[in-house]
Design a protein around this ligand. Structure first.
Ligand SMILES: C[S@@+](CC[C@H](N)C(=O)[O-])C[C@H]1O[C@@H](n2cnc3c(N)ncnc32)[C@H](O)[C@@H]1O
Length: 203
């Protein structure tokens, strides 16, 4: 399919999409807000006053969702891209995998945190298999980082793709966390291989 035909299809799909319309009406920066909302409705993760890390946060709708719905949370988000300000949220511009940024994140919080959430995904190369592998590596790195910073009741949430790295991520979660769930929220497009892992420590 030609490139301009693909983008026309994408625009038409966006127009028909109820989540896109809802996000515009409710002031969310992207339809991704409803993925974290649906994950939270199912697993009851957030409460007021929590410390939360948002990896791969731009344009910011996951942090917006938490900030809009839970009082006095302390959010720290990171992305290559900048984001517009969000109440109770500080942002780092940079690569999460850079050790300097991991140190920055850890030193920002005096105590351990309650949630690490990652919606990180690589820029699509057109090769879905390769994208899934690289995004899987990011998810694993985020999981191991979360183990260093989550408190004894903490939760790790991450985008994962069905594909070659899926089993490795699930195995690592089952080894390191007490509870592992895989959930595809209704807001995640049916034709996408995207799903989410919800890993709970409960030591
Ligand atoms: C699907 S978007 C996130 C959408 C976001 N959850 C929201 O609700 O607005 C994925 C983001 O991951 C970011 N990303 C990918 N790899 C990253 C990395 N190594 N460090 C920081 N951000 C990264 C991309 O720049 C992109 O903005």
């Amino acid at each position: 399919m030609k490139k301009n035909k693909i983008s026309k299809n994408w625009i038409n799909k966006q127009r028909r999409d109820i989540y896109v319309r809802k996000s515009k009406a409710e002031g969310y920066r992207s339809r991704a807000a409803y993925k974290i909302e649906e994950i939270n409705q199912k697993f009851k993760i957030f409460r007021g006053g929590m410390s939360i890390i948002d990896l791969g946060s731009a344009p910011g709708s996951w942090s917006q969702y938490v900030s809009n719905n839970y009082k006095n949370c302390r959010l720290l988000s990171i992305d290559y891209k900048n984001i517009d300000p969000i109440k109770n949220c500080n942002h780092i511009i940079g690569d999460f995998t850079d050790e300097k940024n991991k140190v920055k994140i850890k030193s920002y919080f005096k105590n351990k945190v309650q949630v690490v959430m990652s919606d990180m995904a690589v820029n699509t190369t057109g090769n879905k298999g390769l994208d899934a592998i690289v995004t899987g590596e990011l998810s694993l790195e985020a999981m191991f980082f979360s183990l260093e910073i989550l408190d004894s009741k903490g939760t790790f949430i991450s985008k994962i793709f069905m594909g070659s790295s899926f089993n490795e991520i699930v195995t690592a979660s089952k080894k390191n966390f007490k509870k592992t769930n895989i959930f595809k929220p209704p807001a995640s497009r049916k034709d996408s291989k995207e799903s989410f892992i919800i890993s709970q420590i409960m030591r």
